[in-house]
Design a protein around this ligand. Structure first.
Ligand SMILES: C[S@@+](CC[C@H](N)C(=O)[O-])C[C@H]1O[C@@H](n2cnc3c(N)ncnc32)[C@H](O)[C@@H]1O
Length: 234
C-alpha cells in the first residue's frame, strides 16, 4: 500500500472536504490562483474548449444556448472567456465564498449575463431540473469522492434539457490507480475509472478529446461530452 493510501485510510469524506475548503480559502482570487500557478495554460485551455464546443454544436449534441452553468467556477475564468460569449445566461457554483464574492470584479461588464451564483460544494448541489443546455465541470471533479462523483453526475443528468449535454474537462492520471494530492486534497483519476463512474451515473460519452498545446510534463487533460444513457444519438 502506498504512503498516500496510508494517509487516506483514516480520513472520512467530510474531513477531506473540510481540508479542501481550507486549502482553497487560502488561494488568491486571480487566474494564476485558479490554475495552480500555471497562468500560461489559460489561453490554450480556452482555445481548445471553444473548439470542443464547436464540435458539439456541429454534431448535434448542443442545440440551444439559453442556460449554462460553470461548476467549480472559481472567480469565473471559464464563465467569462468560454461560456458568456455563447449562452444567454450563465450560472456559477463554487465552494469558496471569496471566489464567488470576487467574481463580480473579475467578470466586469459581463456580470450582467450571469444568472445565479451558488456557494456550495458540488457534493451537495442539486442543479435545477431540465434547465441547462450545458453543464461545464472543469478541474473540480477530483475534489469529489467516487461516490459523490457518481451522485453529482446523476443529478447533472436531470439538470440538462433535451438538446443539451454535460462536459467534464479534467486531468487524467496515467497510473492504474488514482493519485491523491496532499496539498489540495484532490484525486486525479485514470481514464478507465472516470469512464466507469460515468457508466455508474447512467451517462454515455459522445465525444472525447485531448487538450493540445499544454507544456510537457503535466497530466494529460481530456474533455468528455456526456448525454443520458437512454438519450438518442444524432
Ligand atoms: C483548480 S480550480 C479551477 C477553477 C475553474 N474551474 C477554472 O478552470 O478556472 C478548482 C476550483 O474548485 C473549487 N472547489 C474545490 N472543491 C470543490 C467542491 N467540493 N465543490 C465545488 N467547488 C469546489 C475551488 O474553490 C476552485 O475554485
Amino acid at each position: 500500500m502506498s504512503d498516500t493510501s496510508d494517509f487516506l485510510e483514516n480520513e472520512k469524506p467530510h474531513e477531506i472536504y473540510e481540508k479542501q475548503e481550507k486549502y482553497w480559502a487560502s488561494v488568491a482570487s486571480d487566474v494564476d490562483g485558479m490554475l495552480g500557478g500555471f497562468e500560461k495554460l489559460h489561453s490554450p485551455d480556452i482555445n481548445d474548449s471553444k473548439k470542443f464546443i464547436s464540435l458539439l454544436k456541429k454534431n448535434g449534441f448542443l442545440s440551444n444556448f439559453d442556460h449554462a452553468i460553470d461548476c467549480g467556477s472559481g472567480i469565473g475564468r471559464v464563465t467569462k472567456h468560454l461560456l458568456v460569449p455563447i449562452f444567454q445566461k450563465v450560472d456559477m457554483i463554487d465552494v469558496t465564498e471569496s471566489f464567488i464574492e470576487n467574481s463580480k470584479k473579475y467578470l466586469g461588464l459581463v456580470e450582467s449575463k450571469i444568472g445565479q451564483k451558488f456557494i456550495s460544494g458540488l457534493q451537495d448541489f442539486i442543479p435545477q431540473e431540465n434547465y441547462y443546455d450545458l453543464i461545464w465541470i472543469q478541474w473540480v471533479s477530483g475534489h469529489l469522492t467516487d461516490e459523490d462523483f457518481v451522485k453529482f453526475f446523476q443529478r447533472c443528468k436531470s439538470g440538462i434539457r433535451p438538446g443539451g449535454c454535460i462536459v467534464l474537462k479534467e486531468n487524467i492520471s496515467s497510473a492504474q490507480e488514482k493519485d491523491f494530492d496532499t496539498q489540495d486534497h484532490s484525486w486525479t483519476r485514470p481514464r478507465a475509472l472516470i469512464l466507469e463512474l460515468f457508466k455508474q451515473a447512467g451517462l454515455r460519452v459522445v465525444s472525447d478529446r485531448k487538450q493540445l498545446h499544454f507544456p510537457k510534463g503535466m497530466y494529460e487533460v481530456r474533455m468528455f461530452a456526456l448525454v443520458p444513457e437512454s438519450g438518442n444519438d444524432e
